[in-house]
Design a protein around this ligand. Structure first.
Ligand code: BES
Ligand code: MN
Ligand code: ZN
Length: 511
């Protein structure tokens, strides 16, 4: 579907101006435009003074997000050059996980017109080259992504470039660290594209069964253990909340587990467990959503796509501790058998839950999975990723994920991982007083609190099932889906959280 995986990626130590590319892209910070020496002057000289003339004519100020593309008309081996505005970020935004550089590379990818895309790095200290090169590879490959499955052949856009060269200073080009970083960037971009493809499918195609078989196929290819359970096994496990949510749907639910198990004694270490929300369509159930809110609810399985995609990269990295990825896939539908507001469900761990709103379904499925995972694997760390609440988008806007959980090393490590990965994550507090909102007159808990602080009360609900297990919750309701394209992010499914999860696993110190 997506064609990013077919793009060959290379690290080049050649002088940028000597590269025979379709498009040569060069990051430019605002301060560099007036610089009398530097590489822009050299480029301008080679282009007979036309570069700086074009900069003035187009009023290019190198603001973040700005792009200036010029044909070289035979004056350079490259057919076209692109200046990528970086604003004040002369270092590519290292403190933000090189996200500004990643965004710029994504814009360069969109501007390419076939052949080789060569992207130069900003001038950086040698110790920073590997991480910057990885960000460029990710940005360019992710920017090349298109979802064309539903477009007829004649209307499909051609791939924007066939090969990518990440251009680094000569001596760095053979450094194993740089090559490994670019390779990891390519693997991550491929995994993110895999997640985006699934999120972009229509909900009648991406059913729980289809989602499970996609995960099973990925597991087989990656060498992960995989178990797929159906409705009878879910019932036998006693997951009453998960079962409640599935009841209105004609599609059978699936409980899917993927395991990376290292060889030898390391297999006995306590695992990292990643759990994704996998509602393949969220109509709201009997607490039906209005049409406008329902049209993006095919993406309510984005958390599970991110978890499975991350497991693909985890398998390749093969860390010396077990990593488990799991999700409970089902639809949330109205119907004659649907669960009802005022039903009381019994969770895996025996807690009873009064349903006050059938549209708060994600926390019900996740509650069962958190309790089950905690009991089954005794995780060293447990992270759930979920398109859980509209309230999180009200709090943080559409591009930032909420991070919640008890103070401790897992929440801290997720925040640090997101920063290194260049994904926008912000912590919200588990305000103790809001836990009261989930008290029920009829059962141990109810599934909704008040409208205000909705992302927090949802996290409190999950906390009641995670209990003592070290745990963090990522609410990706906003960033999992983009209304329109920006940088390397196309409209539609974004694959958000894949990079953060992989970075978390890379940074995790087993105990
Ligand atoms: N899947 C939605 C949350 C969501 C909303 C994700 C918008 C992406 C964009 C979730 O199941 C839901 O419906 N949450 C309710 C909770 C409420 C009933 C307490 C919500 O946010 O309105
Ligand atoms: Mn819902
Ligand atoms: Zn939902």
């Amino acid at each position: 579907m997506s064609r990013t995986e077919a793009i060959a990626v290379d690290v080049s130590g050649a002088a940028p101006l000597s590269i025979r590319a379709g498009l040569l892209a060069i990051p430019v910070a605002a301060g560099e435009l007036g610089d009398r020496r530097g590489r822009l002057r050299e480029l301008d000289r080679r282009l007979g003074g036309h570069l700086l003339a074009a900069v003035r004519a187009e009023r290019f100020e190198a603001k973040a997000g700005e792009l200036l593309v010029l044909p070289t008309l035979g004056r350079l081996p490259a057919e076209r050059v692109a200046l990528l505005g970086m604003g004040a970020r002369a270092d590519g935004g290292e403190e933000a996980g090189f996200e500004p550089l990643r965004m710029a590379a994504g814009r360069a990818a969109r501007a390419a017109r076939g052949g080789l895309l060569a992207v130069a790095l900003p001038e950086l200290a040698p110790g920073r080259i590997a991480a910057a090169a990885r960000a460029v590879a990710e940005g360019a490959l992710l920017g090349a992504y298109r979802f064309e499955a539903y477009r007829r052949e004649a209307k499909r856009a051609p791939r924007p470039f066939d090969r990518l060269a990440v251009v680094v200073p000569g001596p760095q080009a053979r450094a194993a660290e740089v090559r490994a970083a670019v390779e990891l960037g390519g693997a991550l971009a491929g995994a993110v594209a895999w997640a985006r493809d699934l999120v972009n499918l229509g909900p009648s195609e991406c059913t729980p069964t289809r989602l499970a078989s996609a995960a099973a196929r990925l597991a087989a290819d990656a060498g992960l253990e995989c178990t797929v359970r159906g409705p009878r096994q879910i019932a036998a496990l006693g997951m009453g909340m998960f079962q409640g949510v599935t009841r209105g749907s004609a599609e059978a639910p699936r409980l899917v587990t993927l395991v990376h198990r290292p060889r030898g004694a390391a297999a006995r270490r306590r695992p990292v467990v990643l759990i994704g929300k996998a509602i393949t369509f969220d109509s709201g159930g009997l607490s039906l959503k209005p049409t406008e809110s329902m049209v993006t609810m095919h993406s309510d399985m984005a958390g599970s796509a991110a978890v499975v995609a991350a497991m693909k990269v985890v398998a390749a990295l093969a860390p010396p501790f077990p990593v488990v990825g799991l999700f409970g896939a089902c639809e949330n539908m109205p119907g004659g058998r649907a669960y009802k507001p005022s039903d009381v469900l019994t969770a895996f761990d025996g807690q009873t839950v009064e349903v006050t709103n059938t549209d708060a379904e994600g926390r019900l499925v996740l509650g069962d999975l958190l309790a089950w995972a905690a009991a089954t694997w005794k995780p060293a760390a447990m992270i759930d990723v979920a398109t859980l609440t509209g309230a999180c988008m009200v709090a943080l806007g559409p591009t930032t994920a909420g991070l919640l959980g008890p103070d401790g090393p897992v929440v801290d490590a997720v925040a640090a991982a997101a920063r290194r990965a260049g994904e926008d994550v912000w912590r919200l507090p588990l305000v103790e007083a809001l836990a009261e909102q989930l008290k029920s007159e009829r059962a141990d808990l109810k599934n909704t609190g008040d409208r205000m602080g909705g992302a927090i009360s949802a996290a409190h609900f999950l906390a009641a099932f995670a209990r003592g297990t070290p745990w963090a919750h990522l609410d990706i309701a906003g960033p999992s889906h983009a209304a329109k394209e920006r940088g390397y992010v196309p409209a539609g499914g974004t694959g958000f959280a894949v990079r953060t999860l992989v970075e978390f696993v890379r940074g995790w110190k087993p105990t």
